[in-house]
Design a protein around this ligand. Structure first.
Ligand SMILES: Cc1ncc(COP(=O)(O)O)c(C=O)c1O
Length: 376
């Protein structure tokens, strides 16, 4: 029986390796979306598989209060790799939970209650994260949402300055908006967010659930902007497809954090997958590969004569704004060229491939897009 929540694709996937997925009829697909940025190390990277298998035979689960090597190692690794000054880690199971915790921690550590978020943003589907998500379609059937959430135009410094005050617990922003159509923060915007939150004693949350773990060419996208938040959330690719989210916070947030918890926080097997993922990302310099391959991909896409309105993003997080509906293009890419890409709204084709993508594979994506878009 199929899911009543997800739409069901007409391709059954049986295995994967690197940036390739293999269907049950043996057809190979180039995975240009990594199922929404979830496999930075590529499918079934041997180091990740080994780490999971080793941990499985030792211990699958013990409650989060007990130190377990893989869990302790992950706390240490995240604290060491997070932007300067973010050293306290809460582990959970998904992106929405990481943001849910971030919003709760911000409220408990500050005097404020208001959440300021950006139009077009996406932060998840549990009630708190959903309340701070922009699209009405996701919220309407579940109303009422949390009160005290104000949305400002993404990239507009003045609107942000006007919205943030002493009542504000948190400003939550994606350094590059993903679901909203791949919109990088304009120059100076994240600095403004940093300044106003400091002035008002509010927490600055960067949602790096899609941008993090090397995708944009830096380990964390905020490093490329030179701005450090008080809370950074990550998920998706952090454990190469195993379910993990993390909320990484500054001391003042951890010191003021109210009671929080979750049964599966820091599951040892998932933690082992994350440790191996982070090692591969750093040792194989996947942010460097994302920057280099992403740059040439962007240059080649810019040079296409096909009807493209815009190419935007950073590293291997790219949006191609097209003139006709993205969904038909995605279907044709999959069925005619065996390239699996993603939408970001109606008119943007989104590329979030594994960060191990080679130049040759990037060329295949460009050739396929050129052929499909050229049909117009
Ligand atoms: C920026 C951002 N935040 C939060 C989420 C929610 O993550 P999850 O689906 O793991 O709950 C997503 C998922 O697409 C995302 O892209």
């Amino acid at each position: 029986m199929s899911s009543f929540v997800f739409s069901n694709k007409p391709i059954t996937i049986e295995s994967g390796s690197g940036a390739t997925l293999v269907a049950d009829d043996g057809t190979e697909y180039l995975d240009a979306g990594a199922s929404y940025a979830c496999t930075p190390t590529g499918h079934c990277h041997p180091a990740v598989v080994d780490a999971i298998q080793d941990q499985l035979t030792d211990l699958i689960y013990v409650q989060g209060s007990y130190p377990v090597d893989s869990r302790t190692e992950l706390h240490d690794k995240l604290a060491a790799l997070a932007p300067n000054g973010l050293e306290k880690v809460w582990l959970c199971n998904s992106g929405t939970e990481a943001n849910e915790a971030a919003l709760k921690f911000a409220r408990s550590a500050t005097e404020g209650t208001k959440i300021v978020a950006a139009k077009r943003c996406f932060h998840g589907r549990t009630m708190g994260a959903l309340s701070a998500t922009w699209k009405a379609k996701y919220k309407k059937p579940f109303e009422p949402m949390l009160e005290d959430v104000e949305f400002v135009a993404y990239g507009d410094d003045e609107e942000l300055e006007a919205a943030v005050d002493e009542e504000t617990a948190a400003v939550i922003l994606e350094p590059i908006q993903g679901e909203g159509g791949i919109h990088p923060a304009p120059e100076g915007y994240l600095e403004t967010a940093r300044e106003v939150t400091e002035e008002t004693g509010s927490a600055l949350i960067f949602d790096e659930i899609q941008t993090g773990v090397g995708r944009t060419g830096d380990l964390w996208a905020c490093e490329g902007y030179g701005v450090t938040p008080d809370i950074l959330t990550t998920a998706k690719g952090i454990a190469s497809g195993m379910p993990l989210g993390a909320t990484i916070v500054a001391d003042w947030i951890a010191d003021g954090a109210g009671p929080h918890g979750s049964t599966f926080s820091g599951n040892p097997v998932v933690a082992a997958a994350a440790n191996a993922t982070l090692e591969v990302v750093v040792d194989e310099d996947l942010p460097g590969n994302a920057a280099a391959v992403g740059d040439s991909l962007q240059t080649e896409l810019d040079a296409l004569e096909a009807p493209i309105r815009d190419v935007r993003g950073a590293g291997l997080m790219l949006g191609i704004e097209v003139k006709r509906g993205a969904n038909r293009i995605l279907r044709d890419l999959a069925l005619e060229h065996q390239v699996l890409a993603l939408p970001a709204g109606r008119s943007v084709v989104r590329l979030l491939p594994p960060l191990v993508l080679s130049e040759a594979e990037a060329d295949e994506i460009v050739t396929a897009l050129d052929a499909i878009l050229g049909e117009d």
